[in-house]
Design a protein around this ligand. Structure first.
Ligand code: HEC
Length: 126
């Protein structure tokens, strides 16, 4: 099984648990989309880096993604889609809530996730 398939299965496993906890619809990328880390980097730099850090190591406004908390089995791709669409209530850290980020589509978020995962793999978070 390829890593991409494993990751897809993991994130699918994550969705029903989320839906059971709260009736929220997870934004779905277009069928057949090939997530592209380079496009994701540009979107990340524009929309996420201000808080999560240009190096993904966090800032005084948001947590690092190069952290085991955000490994795919704990925060699957669906958690990124939901965070961007609905925001996040502070629960892991003391930075405060994340507000919804206006602008990125579900496809854009899939590209951002591809970028974040590629950077996580470089430091052994998988
Ligand atoms: C204004 C600051 C800010 C911006 C901009 C921001 N975030 Fe966040 N984000 C946060 C904070 C703060 C948290 C941590 C909440 C907590 O305590 O768990 C967070 C948490 C998250 C989480 C974890 C969600 C969970 O289920 O725990 C994800 C995923 C995430 N952000 C993705 C993104 C993405 C993708 C972008 C860009 C499109 C982005 N964020 C932009 C502040 C921000």
């Amino acid at each position: 099984m390829t890593l991409a398939v494993k990751r897809a299965l993991l994130s699918l496993g994550f969705v029903p648990a989320l839906l059971a906890a709260q009736p929220m619809q997870v934004p779905q990328p277009s069928p057949g989309l090939m997530p592209n880390a380079a496009r994701g980097k540009a979107l990340y730099d524009e929309k996420c880096a201000g808080c999560h850090g240009a190096d993904l190591k966090g800032t005084n406004q948001g947590p690092p993604f190069l952290h085991r908390i955000y490994e795919p089995s704990h925060h699957g791709d669906a958690s990124f889609q939901l965070a961007v669409r609905n925001g996040v209530r502070a629960h892991h850290w003391k930075f405060g809530d994340m507000k919804p980020v206006l602008g990125p589509s579900a496809d854009d978020v899939a590209h951002i996730v591809a970028y974040v995962r590629s950077q996580q793999r470089l430091v052994g978070i998988r």
